[in-house]
Design a protein around this ligand. Structure first.
Ligand code: ADP
Length: 312
């Protein structure tokens, strides 16, 4: 029985080898690196020692094998992660620029990553599970994924599973109003929300991250954990909030830090850490995640994360 279930898109990332090279001319790429926010989350939570189930779809090709093999090696339960015989695996091309910005070309919505069947959201799979983690990227994918996620949330809640949401919003595709609408049913059910400042404001319509996070707590979310990149994080709950500073590291690739952070916070809860320690642990894991090239390559194992946290 998994302790945590994550569902959504799995894909490979193929990135420009050199920072500062866009997609407008021929140049070198590196990859495939396994990716997709829900898959990064699942892999990191498994590396940190949790029993994790991942529900998603890869294609019947070598890219799919890269993802499947990686998750399997790290011990993720893949009984409902299917290999679609007809579609290719989702791909994201990423270019990094010197100012820290990124550019993406996605082939995911019409690839295997866009596929999910309702039959794969099984009632009994949620029995005895502690957390169901939802990522806004999967909610943004298409109507089929949305329906599957709403179904998962309702089946999970009926069984006492706590819902966790990383809004990971992409308003550039759907627009802010639509994004807010599709997140609402999950926000209303959520015990944990892990937003960036921008996302917290977008979700609530408030004008500062602080106001937005307080509003989410007042609306019934038990813990709102604001992610602030190299500034660390802030935990909000009823009647209290506190900041936890970041760890100092050399950032090589920021992709995946947020998903690893979410995973670490929930693993901390499973291990019975107090809230301060959950946030510190999550900051440590988020920091380690940015030190390696590739979305999940920096995801640490439990012992390494603990010794980094205690050493720093
Ligand atoms: P996202 O990946 O969702 O954009 P962030 O960039 O805020 O999220 O990263 C998530 C967490 O990872 C941060 O709250 C912080 O704890 C850690 N982190 C991210 N970048 C750095 C960094 N450059 N130095 C130290 N910690 C970092």
């Amino acid at each position: 029985v998994p302790e945590i279930i994550s569902l959504g898109e799995a894909l490979v990332e193929i990135m420009r080898q050199e920072v500062g090279v866009g997609f407008d001319r021929p140049d070198f790429f590196v990859g495939p690196f396994p990716s997709g926010a829900p898959a990064i989350f699942a892999d990191c939570a498994a590396r940190l020692g949790a029993k994790v189930g991942f529900i998603g779809t890869v294609g019947n090709d070598d890219f799919g094998k890269v993802i499947f093999d990686r998750l399997e090696k790290d011990g993720v339960d893949l009984r409902y992660c299917y290999i679609d015989p007809h579609l290719t695996t989702g791909v994201a091309f990423v270019a990094y620029f010197k100012d820290g910005s990124r550019k993406f070309i996605y082939h995911i919505g019409n690839a295997a990553s866009g596929v999910i069947e309702e039959e794969r959201i099984k009632e009994d799979y949620f029995e005895g599970v502690s957390f169901l983690h939802i990522n806004g990227s999967a909610l943004s994918m298409n109507e089929v994924w949305r329906k599957a996620i709403y179904r998962a949330v309702s089946l999970a809640r009926e069984r006492g599973v706590k819902i966790s949401l990383d809004p990971n919003l992409r308003p550039e595709i759907l627009g802010v109003d639509k994004v807010r609408d599709i997140c609402r049913p999950v926000v209303e059910a959520a015990s944990f929300v892990f937003p960036s400042g921008e996302e917290a404001m977008m979700l609530t319509g408030k004008t500062t991250p602080d106001e937005a996070c307080r509003f989410l707590v007042e609306s019934g979310v038990e813990y709102v954990v604001l992610k602030r990149g190299d500034k660390g994080s802030t935990v909000y709950m009823k009647g209290r909030s506190f900041e936890v500073p970041a760890f100092k590291v050399d950032e090589v690739d920021p992709t995946g830090a947020g998903d690893c952070f979410d995973a670490a916070f929930l693993v901390g809860m499973l291990r019975g850490f107090d809230l301060e320690k959950c946030a510190r642990f999550a900051n440590a894991v988020g920091a380690l995640a940015v030190t390696r090239k590739g979305p999940m390559e920096g995801a640490p194992f439990f012992e390494d994360a603990m010794s980094f946290m205690e050493r720093s």
